[in-house]
Ligand binder design. Structure first.
Ligand code: BJW
Length: 235
């Protein structure tokens, strides 16, 4: 049994119709990350950044993207696993929670939330953020930004993530290329704790050699089977 920490990245939502970042045709082949995913880019051109996230938020609320078999398998694992469980996602979409995951951290924030730049209050947000959007608490205009973590900003809930990694028995990384720190270093933390480490991805990630076990294939094809086997072994 024991405790499990899972890290997910854009690859788990790819089969739901959400673009990954670094694959051919991915997000960073269409827009410059310096323009849309840094605080400096937001200072230079807030309208461009808000539009980039408004478009992505619209895709989520349109109903055209739904959780896939991989999201559902992780929700099942959380429900049926008898030990400790934590899902850490780098994704800002809401597909894990739509699939039923509960014990979860969005380390890079959430598209369906807005944050007040001055007070740091966070609000559920399902529509566009525009120059006419008022902070629901202060009523002020032009103080809202997407509640996401850009390059150079501190990811969320790092204390809880590191304490869970330092105490875990199994670490599973799913659908992430391993390009972005600090998530790319989680496997080392888990290894130091003596955890069994597993990478599930379409192809070897940058940090593949740090994992003891590797399974390559589409998340929807590989993960449901992997979860079923893991649950079978705990009984
Ligand atoms: C499939 C699949 C299928 C496809 N099935 N698999 C120099 C050296 C080292 C570090 C730094 C450096 N200079 C600066 C840094 C730090 C920086 C960083 O890492 N930069 C690198 C680019 C070099 N990091 C930061 O700034 C972070 N903050 C920070 O470090 O704070 C300081 C600190 C923290 C902690 C302790 C101490 C200090 C913040 C990073 C914020 C990242 N933000 C983004 C945007 C968020 C909002 C948005 O979505 O727009 O987060 S960037 C983007 O990349 C997004 C993602 O969450 C993140 C990771 O991408 P991911 O998920 O791995 O996607 P891909 O596309 O790269 O990979 C997908 C994978 O899936 C591929 O491998 C496919 O093969 C696979 N796949 N289909 C299974 N069907």
């Amino acid at each position: 049994m024991g405790s499990i920490v899972i890290l997910t990245g854009a690859g788990i939502s790819q089969e739901s119709g959400i673009d990954t970042f670094r694959s051919e045709g991915g997000v960073w082949s269409k827009v410059k990350l310096e323009d849309v995913a840094t605080p400096e880019g937001f200072d230079r051109n807030p309208k461009l950044v808000q539009e980039f996230y408004n478009d992505r938020r619209r895709q989520l609320v349109s109903g055209e993207v739904q959780p896939n078999a991989a999201h559902i398998a992780l929700a099942r694992l959380e429900k049926e696993w008898r030990g400790e469980f934590l899902l850490v996602t780098q994704n800002i979409d809401n597909l894990h929670s739509e699939a039923g995951s509960k014990r979860m951290i969005h380390m890079h924030g959430e598209l369906m939330k807005a944050r007040n730049l001055e007070t740091h209050d966070v609000f559920d947000w399902g529509g566009d953020i525009t120059e006419n959007s008022k902070c629901p608490k202060s009523g002020k205009l032009n103080v809202l930004r997407p509640h996401v973590v850009w390059f150079g900003e501190m990811p969320l809930d790092m204390d809880l993530i590191y304490s869970s990694l330092s105490d875990c028995d199994i670490f599973i990384s799913i659908g992430t290329s391993g390009n972005v720190y600090p998530a790319s270093g989680f496997v080392e933390e888990a290894s130091l704790a003596g955890a069994r480490t597993i990478e599930i991805n379409l192809e070897p990630s940058i940090g593949a050699s740090s994992f003891e076990e590797k399974i390559y294939g589409k998340a929807t094809e590989v993960l449901p089977k992997f979860v079923a086997e893991l649950l079978l072994k705990q009984s």
